[in-house]
Every structure is written in structure tokens, then in C-alpha cells.
Design a protein around this ligand. Sequence first.
Ligand SMILES: Cc1ncc(COP(=O)(O)O)c(C=O)c1O
Length: 362
Amino acid sequence: MVDWKNPPRLFIPGPVKVNDDVLQQLARPTLAHRGKEYAQLHSETVDMLKKILFTEQNVFLSTSSASGIWEAAIRNCVAPDETVLCTMCGAFSDKWAAVAKSCGRKVEELKVDWGKPILPEMLDEKLAAGKYAAVTLVHNETSTGLTNPVREISEMMKEKYPDVLVFVDSVSGMVGLPMHFDELGWDVAFASVQKAFAIPPGFAVAVVSDRAIEKSKNIPGRGYYFNFELWAKSAEKSQTLVTPSVQHIMALNYQCKKILAEGIENVWDRHKQMGDFVRSWAKEKFALFCDEKYASNTLTAVKNTRSINVAETISAVQQKHNTIFGNGYGKLKEQTFRIAHMGDITLDDLKELLGWLDEENG
Ligand SMILES: Cc1ncc(COP(=O)(O)O)c(C=O)c1O
């Protein structure tokens, strides 16, 4: 049984630790979702997100996890006879390609080994040789702890392939890593809130370009729940299409205020400091799973160079300190382990965790 007075401390790469003041937002009385007070909460939250994500385009609040937006991007913006180029460099980017196929779209794969980045020249070569409606990119591969060079990729695409839509999964990137949506020419970018927003799971934020919404109007079979055109119509009234999780929006509003008070650039710097700290420990005691140039500032995948028993270490740290960190993802289980350093996790939290790991493994 969980001891609710002393719940487990989470260092898995999502859901991450949620502070008590944020949790309290989820216990506030609800609002009528078609009422004036809700509309104020909605529009204030969207306005703050626009500042945080550097966009003047459409920010949507979705009562779903982020996987819903994987599907939404494909179903709204890629016609059944068009092809989407899916870049694949880990479990989540691989899954997005599978989702695109499951939506009945034609998929071309650009695949690299897990732990390697997608580079602009790889995409350039592929895009030059075929005709694609859109590209899918993962900003931060949570399975490998890798940040793709999305700025360089976006600059290349803006210059050479301006008509190809750019869809970016920033689930474990948004807020923790720089994102300038409009400047980079992106069309859809999204995250669920259980990562760097440090809110309990069950909600997602999506940014959608005007041109993506325009294009969606002519795509058949978009469905209802994730329909961008309908979302945009509701957003004009500062509402969502369906009854939203109002309390998640209260928590999001609260976190956005804190982010803006700190300054988004400072938030990114804080994540970098935590990333540097965990990386220097990992390099001293083990090794990094991916090339340091692409190592993420929101989580670290540590290469298990000493062949420790990761599952046993996780279980020992859980028993002794009521704290959980992540094993490697999927086929990387035991070969790697993952430590989150995003959201409201602090350097002091990380010092404590790494101290315990040292106690377990010397
Ligand atoms: C990079 C990435 N994309 C997508 C997802 C799926 O997000 P959700 O579980 O919120 O649907 C995750 C979940 O961890 C993720 O890390």
C-alpha cells in the first residue's frame, strides 16, 4: 500500500515529481467550462503559453496524453494519398511512425540506431529524393536521453523544403529545452504535462500553425475529438471542444506563471545546470549512452559500463529511500538507466539521489 503521507519520490523520466502547491491546484473547486470565469482562465493560460513557446499561432489545451496529438497531427494534416517521412531514433519516434501507419497513411522511414541523432543532411538527402507532405521529428528522445538538433534541421527545412510540414514531439523537451515555434517554422508541436511542466499526467499542450489548420480543412476522415478545425473554432471563444480537465488547466496556469516569473531562458539554464551535474557524475562513474553533444538537459541515459544489476539497484533505492529512478527503456533495459532532471526537480534532489546510487554501487 502507498503511504500517502510519504509518497515515492519520482526521478523516472515522467511522470516527474509534482510539488504540493501544484497538487493543490488540482483540488480547487471546478468552473463551468462554458462560463466567463473559465474563459478567463483559458485565455490567460494560452497567452502565457504563447510567450513561453514563442508563438503567435494556435495553442490548444487537450484533455489527453501526448500520444493523442501524435495521431492528431497525422490525421488532420496528411491526406490519405500523401506520404509522411518519419524520423526514427528511439522508442518514441519509432512509435510515432507506427501510429502514422495505423492511421492508414503512407510512411517512409528515416531510421538511425538508438542513441544516434537525426542530422539535417540525412533529412535533406531523403527529402530531395521523394515527395513528402510532412516530417515527424522527436525533439527529445526520452528512451535514449537524446536531444535532436532541431534548430539546424528546421533551418535547413525552411530554406530548402518550405512546403513540407514539420511535426515535432516535444513531450520531454517543452519548457526544459529551447523552443521557438514560429521562428523555426514548425506546424505542430506538443507535450504532455507530466514532464517538464511538472503536473500530474492526463493533459497535453499543442501548438498548431495557421497553415496546418488551413490544410486540415480539406483532409477527409479527421474524426471529432482531435479535430484541429473544431479546436480552433472553440479556441476563438476561449473554450475547448469537449469538457476539459479544468483542474489541469488551473495547474498549468499556475506553472506558467511561475515559469514566466523565473524567465523561460532561466528555466532552460536551470535544466542545463541539472543536466551538466548529472552528466559529470555519469561520466565519472559510468558513461553517457549518447554522444555528449546531443545529451539531453531534461534526462540522462547512463550507459551501464559496470554491469550493475539495474533492477536490483532501483529496488534497493526504493526500499531504503522511497525513491524511484528509471531502468533503460525497452531493449535498453539493464544496458542503461535513466535519471530525470526536469520540471521541479532540484539540484539538491539530484545530489541526494546520486549519493544513494554511490552508496549502492561504490
Ligand atoms: C518523447 C515521447 N513522446 C511521446 C510520449 C507519449 O506521451 P504520453 O504518455 O503522454 O501519451 C512519451 C512518453 O513518455 C515520450 O517520452
